[in-house]
Design a binder for this molecule. Structure first.
Ligand code: FUL
Length: 611
């Protein structure tokens, strides 16, 4: 009997040790996992719970707030997309000071700066050996300047991380479209940037290409680009056309409230991406990229977290007339809650001006924004929020709120070094003797913030309603964010009352203003600031005094980047002109006939004429 007991104890202990070992050896999948095809949905969800970020991805996510600097030839031409024919002599900032950029951004809480080393116009901000189309051919510093170097040095001085944007689409390079040749050219540019400027933390390849069906066709060699980065900067994350960081899908600063970093979307740089994504019916802008429903048919999963890129101004580059259109504190704070607070990194663009400085108007808004965040987030109202909570499905945890203090924000964080697991959660407050619902959410991930009308309570309760394996909640906090109100935005891009307008024809849109006016500029403003397949991209603009004899005033117009950033675009006529009629002939990004509504057209007329 004694022996039997000893035997059973031994058996039990060895079983315990086997189970312990199995748990310790639990496989995590770093960045990618492949399903075998034999798993049940439940097994797939368990595997998905064990998909974790690479160390670079984790470091990147923790930055939360990064800055984009769109600067280049467009700063001097006033355009959003240059066409590559610009004279490098135009590039001549009078007071460029990269230390001013970095100091300002650091003071305002940014952890990294990303510079447009080359935008679609092909102009390089460093003296590259690959083309003459660079700062070396400009009058700035007599052609001896190097913006990338100046920024790099400033980043080193202030302890700021550094990233580069290099546009694959190049409207200047004559070899663009000759695929092998351009790929070599691009790799040479990448190599210069990744070898001559110390550590690079993010490499941003824009997916934009406005060539259209009749334009140049370039097959990018993503694999070689990717290997070049891995070889030269193994700690950098590769963003957008890359497999470390995913574009959120819009340029409005809007994240998803359900944001899975463990996603079924195959990054665009993989040869299999088109086929995989088509089969699953997913695309960059889809709302659901990782729920159980999506797991059902998925054959593989990626840790591919979202980055929200948005400009502090309507455009990405600095334009004088946008000094008065900087996003309000309320807009910036909403963007913050919907990006960082929706499990994303916020990449906020602050474009330096023609002097080569961050403009005073942007600085004062950035400071306001930083002060607001400081005020809200320095004061966690929970006493026991940072206790690590391993939460089983359905488990609840009560948190104590400091007394006599209102709250209207709750922040939750999962320990994503163990995967993203929570599928549904609720937040309740103890009010008038019972638990009352404050808000519900789906995913948490690195960080999830939920806003609700303010309450005074001494306890909050979080319930993890569903999770893939036990959730690892590493931080819960509650805050009070002072509500912000915006003054109503006025439409400034049409100053001729539409009451007297008459639509003469739908296609092309032809309008009779009802009287003769002097037109200085016109505006195309996609309805509801939404992109649609029938929207205008390339256009010709005509005016007329009698509706019969037409004068072509713009022949090769382009609403640059309108597909991704469908905000009003105002175009000045080469010269102000008298007109009673206006006609716009436009084609879509796919080169078919565009549809423009009357409400989408605006004109700026010279006021004397308008009396
Ligand atoms: C887009 C570009 O076309 C814009 O000009 C800008 O650089 C933005 C960040 O990405 O796709």
């Amino acid at each position: 009997m004694k022996n039997l007991n000893q035997f059973l104890v031994c058996l039990f202990l060895s079983l315990l040790s086997v189970v312990g070992q199995a748990q310790r050896n639990t496989p995590y999948f770093v960045k990618h996992l492949q399903f075998s095809g034999n798993e049940s949905l439940e097994q797939k969800a368990v595997m998905a719970a064990r998909l974790i970020p690479s160390s670079q991805q984790l470091e990147w996510q923790k930055m939360e707030l990064t800055a984009f600097l769109h600067f280049g030839i467009n700063t001097f031409t006033g355009r959003e997309w240059g066409d590559g024919t610009e004279d490098p002599a135009l590039f001549n900032p009078t007071d460029l000071d990269a230390e001013q950029w970095v100091r300002t951004l650091k003071e305002c809480g940014f952890k990294m700066v990303l510079l447009t080393a080359k935008h679609h116009d092909g102009f390089c901000l460093w003296p590259t050996k690959t083309t003459k189309h660079s700062v070396a051919s400009s009058p700035w510093k007599n052609g001896k300047g190097d913006v990338v170097r100046e920024l790099r040095d400033a980043c080193s001085k202030y302890g700021m991380k550094f990233g580069v944007y290099l546009s694959p689409w190049d409207r200047n390079a004559s070899c663009y479209g000759n695929s092998p040749e351009y790929n070599k050219f691009f790799v040479a540019q990448l190599t210069e940037l990744l070898t001559n400027y110390g550590e690079v933390h993010e490499v941003w390849f824009d997916g934009a290409n406005g060539e259209g069906p009749n334009g140049k066709k370039q097959e990018y060699d993503w694999d070689t680009f990717y290997k070049t980065i891995q070889r030269l900067q193994p700690k950098a994350v590769m963003a957008i056309m890359g497999d470390d960081v995913r574009w959120v899908g819009n340029e409005k600063g809007l994240g998803r409230d359900t944001e899975w970093s463990a996603t079924v979307l195959t990054p665009g740089i993989y040869a299999r991406s088109k086929e995989n994504n088509k089969r699953l019916g997913v695309y960059e802008t889809a709302t659901d990229l990782g729920s159980r429903k999506m797991l059902e048919n998925a054959t593989e999963l990626f840790w591919y977290p979202s980055e929200v890129d948005v400009s502090i101004r309507p455009g990405w580059f600095w334009h004088e007339e946008e000094n008065s259109k900087i996003k309000s504190l309320k807009q910036l704070s909403d963007i913050y809650f919907r990006s960082v607070g929706y499990n994303s990194v916020l990449l906020l663009n602050i474009p330096p001006d023609r002097r080569g400085l961050i403009n005073e108007a942007d600085i004062s808004r950035l400071k306001e924004f930083a002060a607001y965040r400081q005020q809200v987030f320095c004061d966690n109202k929970l006493i026991n929020g940072n206790t690590y909570w391993k939460a089983a499905q359905g488990e609840k945890h009560v948190y104590t709120v400091r007394q006599n203090t209102p709250v209207n924000v709750v922040m939750l964080q999962e320990d994503i070094s163990k995967g993203q697991r929570v599928e549904n959660f609720i937040i309740e407050a103890w009010l008038n003797g019972s638990w009352q619902l404050l808000g519900k959410g789906t995913t948490i991930g690195y960080k999830r913030m939920l806003r609700f009308p303010e309450v005074m309570t001494d306890s909050l309760r979080i319930c993890i309603e569903s999770t893939r394996l036990d959730a690892n909640i590493m931080n819960v906090a509650a805050y009070y964010a002072q509500p912000l109100i915006d003054e109503e935005q006025l439409t400034t891009w049409n100053n001729l009352s539409r009451d007297s307008w008459k639509k003469i024809s739908v296609s092309p849109l032809t309008v009779d203003f009802g009287k003769t006016v002097t037109v200085k500029a016109f505006t195309y403003a996609p309805l509801n600031e939404e992109a649609k397949p029938t929207m205008a991209y390339h256009y010709k603009l005509y005016i007329s005094l009698n509706g019969t004899d037409w004068q072509e005033v713009i022949s090769n117009g382009e609403f640059s980047n309108i597909m991704h950033n469908p905000l009003p675009q105002t175009v000045a006529l080469p010269q102000s002109k008298q007109a009673r009629y206006i006609k716009i002939e436009a084609t879509t990004p796919n080169a078919s006939t565009a549809v423009i509504e009357l409400e989408e057209l605006g004109v700026t007329v010279i006021s004397d004429d308008n009396k």
